[in-house]
Design a protein around this ligand. Structure first.
Ligand SMILES: [Cu+2]
Length: 160
């Protein structure tokens, strides 16, 4: 996902530079080598990751859940956790539940962690948190929501 975003950014920058240099012939000529390099990046096949959404719900007192609580994703997919109701919520994974190599992949795929394999709290309505399973080996990843683990707010992600 980060690579795709960076590629998009480069494309935008390249486009902006190209447009800006048009009025000045010498600048346009000077910009050609750089522009050519930047333009080559988007041509590379961008593997669009599949995004699977999981809602985080609750009534703030007695009920809290991931919906769905169990899901199966294709390798390399991203799971988007959405704070729907009853937050704050977060998602954390049990390090001893994930397959070998899974923890290292999740460390790369979980931005702004609060701790090991622990995502930040989502406090705003509809706030989203993307967990990238890029490079994550196949197997079962068991997770939970820290504020609501006592209410049984668990999630199981199976990577094919
Ligand atoms: Cu929760």
């Amino acid at each position: 996902m980060r690579l795709i975003a960076l590629t998009t950014l480069l494309a935008l920058v390249a486009g902006a530079c190209g447009g800006g240099s048009k009025p000045n012939a010498s600048q346009a000529a000077a910009a050609v080598p750089g522009t050519a390099n930047a333009a080559a990046a988007p041509a590379a096949p961008a593997t669009e990751a599949v995004v699977v959404e999981v809602k985080m719900t609750g009534n703030g007192t007695t009920k809290a859940a991931f919906e769905p609580a169990a899901l199966t994703i294709k390798a390399g997919s991203t799971v988007r956790f959405i704070n729907v109701s009853g937050g704050p919520h977060n998602v954390a994974f049990y390090a001893d539940s994930v397959p070998k190599g899974g923890a290292d992949a999740l460390k790369k795929g979980m931005p702004n962690p609060m701790g090991d394999l622990t995502g930040p709290f989502l406090t705003q309505p509809n706030e989203k948190y993307d967990v990238s399973f890029a490079g994550a080996p196949a197997g079962v990843y068991k997770g939970y929501c820290m504020p609501h683990v006592a209410l049984g707010m668990h999630v199981t992600v199976t990577v094919q």
